[in-house]
Ligand binder design. Sequence first.
Ligand SMILES: O=C(O)CCC(=O)C(=O)O
Ligand SMILES: [Fe+2]
Length: 317
Amino acid sequence: MGDQTFPFPIISFEPFLKGGADGKAKVAEQLYDAFHTYGWVYLKDTGISEEEIDNMFKYSKRFFDRPVEEKLKHQVISAAYSQGYTADGAESSDPKGGRSHKECYEHRRFHNDLCPVAGGEDHFREFADEFFQKCLSLATEVLRALCMVLGIPQTYWDDKLAKADPQLRFLRYMSIPKETLEQPGHYRINPHTDYGLCTLLFQDQVGGLEVDRFHDGKFVSATPIRGTCVINVADLLQRLSNDKLRSTRHRVMQPRSDPTADGMLPTRYSTAFFVHPDPATMIVPIVKDGETTPYQPVNAGEWRTMITSRNYGFMWA
Ligand SMILES: O=C(O)CCC(=O)C(=O)O
Ligand SMILES: [Fe+2]
């Protein structure tokens, strides 16, 4: 299947942020349709500008350009506390043991001790706190929009997000030989679903992100579009919505458009914001009349620690 036509909806969020009741309802419907069909949407006019995104990537690059010994001082040390740096290949959600060639820096608003020291040379921590807040505001509005179509009160998320501890993840996919990625089991990031409520994703212009839109193993390119933020449903929202919203598999491969002249893949940067609710939240499926559910209620905090331990497992084995 070629993807000449862009395979995902691009939705302006402005009518939700600034419009009246009709505008809000329309955006909520559009989001619901996209999340129901694909689990995946491109949002524009999010309130986070192109300049702010460019600036965020500058901070990210400066962080990853630090010497590896320094980055390792901030290494993630516990699953309940997934905060800090993971080096190339250190995290993988592939049950078959696939290798993901990336480095990450996870920033959270609580338990911040592993963060690079506040006021450091480029004020990375202060910057990350600020960007985190912008992402949290946007995510809160997106989740509120979904209340309108899921038939739950607008206030539903208030207590679940007040003490929520989402995760802002800066990623760098280092430049590696194209040949390396062509070996079986090697990825920039292996196919996976995210495991919080939803994820905001900002990507640079390199490309390579792919999505299994209809859960049939046929991945299509989620091409970068400047100034947009990709939003995807993750496992907890799928459970909560009793499968009405789909947590969609995705991966990062070599960009389809490329092969580089010297056989090296270009460095790629992306930044994800994984929206996890307050760890005390119970995720109880919303089951409408006449429906059944395959899901038991789960505690969001235990769920997160369980999956984080699995993904980072061997670091602490
Ligand atoms: O880098 C990307 O575009 C995707 C990252 C991702 O899927 C993740 O970190 O869960
Ligand atoms: Fe992901």
